[in-house]
Design a protein. Structure first.
Length: 392
């Protein structure tokens, strides 16, 4: 894989850390800014909504800009949002900076996905996506605990300063790794936006978008509420929460790495094998989460299966949206974040039901089951066709 892909992954590491680290900082932020913890939780919701809305919006705005300029612009906006967030004493301003940071993150990821597809041969998009997503998975392994630790040792503002500083080597990586290609005056500026948006009418593309969103919703539904499962169901000390999150992150890294080598040539096999295994894993977790050993093992395996299957489906978005070269990355980003936003909402609704803390696990099981039923019902649409992006 080309070096620029790994440099882009460094930037996604910083952005992934910023997105997830707030879970460990909300109590300190609430106390410092004088708001209830529930109100501080809006910071997470604002970021998620900004990611969903920002992907197509930012990609549409930047579609005629050179890739390097777009990526540097979004990095600069992300850095500025964190500097302002670290300096403000107003919750309203901090909330606004989270929305701005999310828009910048969404725009960067959308452009990065499209740039990654252009840096590799047309039949290796899955492996390129795996390299990029590795930056996000490493954030769950090292970045999120590191950000929480920095906030604990110093304060939550230090974590924001840390994210801003991480943007600097990322920007250098973009400058050194992404070609500064400038279109000549006689070259077309790119496909018509209406034509690119019309790709969303293609059944194959809509199908993989839906499946990717469902699997990602299942992933983040349980991931968001792992802490009470660890402490209240398995009866482990709160210190074990970080260990379980790290195991999940390690599994996700393994999952995207292995799936990245298979998703280009045998995506159908990944879905056919990985889908039932993922569903079975959620069910087993729902039945055995009280056992600490089972919980630790399943945290790793479910992370691997969730991100392996999810990254494969998102890679198919890049193939199916080949007719939308400047917007394909935004479609993939939107699918990821619709799932990441909807999953925790669905999971939270189950906390007051009979399964209690295990409700999110059963919600994840249901979401994956729905995805598999849809894939089975529309399996003809997932078979090879005359379109370049069809599943093999």
């Amino acid at each position: 894989m080309p070096l620029p892909l790994y440099l882009l992954a460094v930037a996604l590491f910083a952005m992934g850390t910023s997105e997830f680290m707030l879970a460990g900082l909300l109590p300190d932020i609430a106390a410092d800014l004088g708001v209830p913890v529930a109100t501080a939780g809006l910071l997470t919701s604002a970021f998620a909504v900004g990611m969903v809305v920002g992907a197509p919006l930012m990609a549409g705005l930047a579609r005629r800009w050179p890739r390097r300029s777009s990526l540097l612009g979004f990095l600069g906006l992300f850095l500025a949002a964190h500097v302002l967030g670290a300096c403000t004493g107003s919750f309203t301003v901090l909330l606004a900076t989270r929305i701005i940071a999310a828009l910048a993150n969404a725009g960067f990821l959308a452009v990065a996905l499209t740039a990654a597809a252009e840096l590799v041969p047309s039949d290796r998009k899955g492996r390129a996506l795996a390299v990029l997503l590795a930056g996000t998975t490493v954030a769950t392994i090292a970045g999120v605990p590191g950000g929480a630790l920095l906030g604990t040792l110093l304060d939550w503002r230090a974590a924001f300063w840390g994210m801003a500083l991480l943007c600097l080597p990322s920007a250098l990586g973009v400058v050194r790794g992404i070609p500064a290609r400038t279109e000549r005056p006689d070259e077309p500026a790119g496909p018509d936006l209406r034509r690119e948006l019309a790709e969303l009418q293609r059944p194959r593309l809509l199908l993989v978008l839906l499946l990717g969103a469902l699997v990602n919703a299942a992933t983040f539904g349980t991931f968001t509420f792992l802490a009470p499962i660890v402490t209240d169901v398995a009866g482990l000390d709160p210190l074990w929460v970080s260990a379980v999150l790290v195991l999940f992150g390690l599994g996700s890294f393994v999952g995207v790495t292995v799936a990245g080598r298979l998703s280009d040539q045998r995506p159908g096999a990944v879905v056919a094998v990985g889908g039932p295994l993922l569903l079975g894993g959620w069910i087993v977790l729902g039945l055995t989460a009280f056992d600490p050993i089972a919980l630790l093992i399943l945290a790793f395996t479910q992370g691997a299966l969730s991100f392996g299957l999810g990254s494969t489906l998102i890679a198919r978005v890049l193939y199916e949206a080949a007719g939308a070269p400047t917007m394909a990355g935004s479609y993939a980003t939107a699918a990821l974040n619709v799932g990441a936003t909807a999953g925790p909402v669905v999971a939270a609704a189950t906390l007051n039901t009979r399964p209690a803390e295990l409700g999110p696990v059963w919600a994840s099981s249901a979401l994956v089951a729905v995805a598999l039923l849809i894939a089975l019902f529309f399996r003809q649409a997932l078979r090879p066709g005359d379109h370049e992006g069809s599943m093999r």
